[in-house]
Design a protein around this ligand. Structure first.
Ligand SMILES: Nc1nc2c(ncn2[C@@H]2O[C@H](COP(=O)(O)OP(=O)(O)OP(=O)(O)O)[C@@H](O)[C@H]2O)c(=O)[nH]1
Length: 532
């Protein structure tokens, strides 16, 4: 029967079509397809990106419209061309959900504004390009305008230049780098950049004669920045690894970046993003061009204060001036270097295998990877240590440092930047490292090497309230080593701890708290460590 054959053909077609949709593919077919494709994507190692070069460009303003509305009563016509829309901005948003810069693109362009149209209709505003960066991002300026902290504003009044979604600067939140920050060279040069861009009527024409837009600028910036012009930028390469997909092509960028960096003058630390949700405007969208309706309006009011001006009426403008007024302005451009410096109250520093990650797990709810081999920790782990009265402290566990790390031995010392801003240092030493004929380093030598490596990374980095965690006290013979350690290292509190069994942890927590609260101020001093 023909209808039977048609029904069979139809069901066969449905069966074939089902393979085109991934949701309808039967499981056996899926496994078959996977085997044909050849592989499940292998996990590859990839460097964590905690330094990143960025080119940001605001969207171009839309062009203003030049149109005349004619009617029976007005044959000559009245100007009714609308203004072009503002270009979008490039904004960095601080997010706790982002760990590093691996998902960022090097070039960020915001959308351009729409062109104005007749009947005095303003062009649409270009959409902003908002990208998320991790908490603790520090911004260095290579080229362009200094960035400023912004806030999304609610729509207040109907102003064609402030259409909904635009951003407004909160002057109280002008960028300020904290005063207690220490530069690599120890020198700190302050520079205040006042980019106030309130455009007044007087700016209608610049001194060069080029017509300027006189509409209200939506932004007023006061960016306090401190520059470290004499600083040498630390090595770009980040030496720890993360399991993720790889993008080899980006490595080339990093190499160019290092070469360029040597020649260019960088304004260091112009802004910091430390609060989740904080937004930083790095490239502004260009203003839209004026429509002829606005030019007429503006030129009339302008005429009263500047009788001799050429633009007494828009109809008298020649072609060139008209074009310059109606063309949307390009967005601003900026070249930036983003650098991530984790923010934690306590930094755990120690040699590989000292038990830092185990300790972090014992004092906080963090669950870092622990292994009996060196360099288990390949990227910093942050844990939250909460006290019974809900006083909370963040603790950063960074990869192990070995002697010569500043010469790139082991994992290098680039990740030490993550403890640059910690208030307190906890040196974790392995009491059992040199026991039972092991070829390890004695705890006092561990301490000396750690202090030296910190100082090689940044002068004065070890100069902050510190304590020593004498870990693995449970090991046989460790008690004697602990006693020896107390004799050899003075001027700093030493806490015997067994991180695995969480012994000595309450005392350590109390010690950390008194250091953070400023009750204790002892520092580990190289002169007070006795080494054979
Ligand atoms: N006996 C004993 N072993 C410990 C103690 N704390 C840590 N360990 C062991 O020491 C080894 C290293 O511990 P981790 O916490 O990974 O050390 P780490 O300092 O983070 O090491 P890296 O990741 O290389 O920097 C693991 O096998 C732990 O089980 C302790 O208190 N006593």
């Amino acid at each position: 029967m023909w209808w039977r054959r048609a029904a069979i053909a139809h069901s066969e077609k449905l069966w074939r079509d089902s393979f085109k949709s991934p949701w309808l593919v039967p499981s056996f077919a899926l496994s078959d397809m996977a085997s044909k494709k050849g592989k499940a994507a292998p996990l590859q190692e990839r460097r964590m990106r905690d330094k990143f070069r960025l080119w940001a460009k605001g969207g171009e303003g839309g062009n203003g419209c030049w149109s005349l509305r004619r009617s029976r009563s007005d044959r000559r016509g009245r100007p009714d061309g609308g203004n072009g829309g503002r270009g979008g901005d490039v904004i960095l948003e601080c997010s706790p959900a982002v760990w590093d810069f691996s998902n960022l693109q090097h070039h960020l362009n915001a959308k351009g504004g729409g062109n104005g149209v007749s009947k005095n209709k303003v062009g649409s505003r270009g959409s902003d390009k908002v990208v998320q960066v991790p908490v603790g991002t520090v911004v260095h300026l290579v080229n362009g305008e200094a960035p400023c902290i912004v806030e999304t504003s609610s729509f207040k009044s109907l102003n064609p230049w402030e259409i909904p979604g635009s951003l407004e600067v909160d002057p109280s939140k002008s960028v300020d780098v904290s005063d207690n920050k220490v530069s690599a060279s120890g020198s700190l040069k302050k520079e205040k950049v006042d980019n106030s861009s309130q455009r007044s009527k007087d700016e209608f024409r610049s001194s060069s004669g080029t017509p300027q837009r006189n509409f209200k600028s939506y932004i007023s910036e006061e960016v306090k920045s401190k520059t470290y012009m004499n600083d040498s930028f630390t090595s770009t390469e980040v030496d720890y690894m993360e399991i993720n997909d790889d993008e080899d092509d980006e490595d080339e960028y990093e190499m160019d970046f290092e070469q360029e960096e040597e020649e260019e003058v960088v304004q260091y630390s112009v802004a910091e993003l430390t609060q989740p949700g904080q937004r930083l405007l790095v490239a502004k969208g260009g203003e839209g061009g004026l429509g002829n309706a606005s030019i007429k309006k503006d030129s009339k009011s302008f005429k009263t204060s500047n009788q001799n001006d050429d633009f007494s009426d828009c109809e008298h403008l020649d072609g060139e001036k008209q074009t310059s007024l109606t063309t949307g302005l390009p967005g601003s451009e900026a070249v930036l270097i983003l650098e991530l410096k984790s923010i934690a109250d306590v930094g755990l520093v120690g040699m590989p295998n000292a038990g830092k990650s185990t300790l972090l797990g014992a004092i906080s709810r963090a669950k870092p990877a622990v292994g009996h081999y060196a360099f288990t920790t390949l990227r910093p782990n942050i844990g939250n240590l909460t006290y019974e009265d809900f006083f909370s402290v963040t603790v950063a566990d960074i990869p192990g440092i070995i002697r010569g790390a500043h010469e790139n031995r082991g994992l290098g010392h680039a990740f030490l930047r993550h403890i640059e801003r910690t208030k307190v240092l906890a040196y974790v030493v392995d009491l059992a490292a040199a026991l039972d004929g092991k070829k390890g380093i004695t705890p006092w030598e561990q301490l000396r090497d750690l202090v030296l490596e910190l100082e090689y990374h940044q002068e004065g980095l070890s100069d902050r309230p510190s304590l020593v965690v004498a870990n693995k006290i449970d090991e046989e013979g460790a008690e004697d080593v602990y006693e020896e350690l107390k004799r050899r290292v003075e001027g700093v509190p030493i806490f015997p701890v067994c991180a695995v069994l969480e012994e000595g942890v309450p005392e350590l927590k109390a010690g950390l708290r008194s250091l953070i609260a400023g009750v204790e101020q002892q520092k580990l001093d190289l002169d007070k460590i006795i080494v054979d």
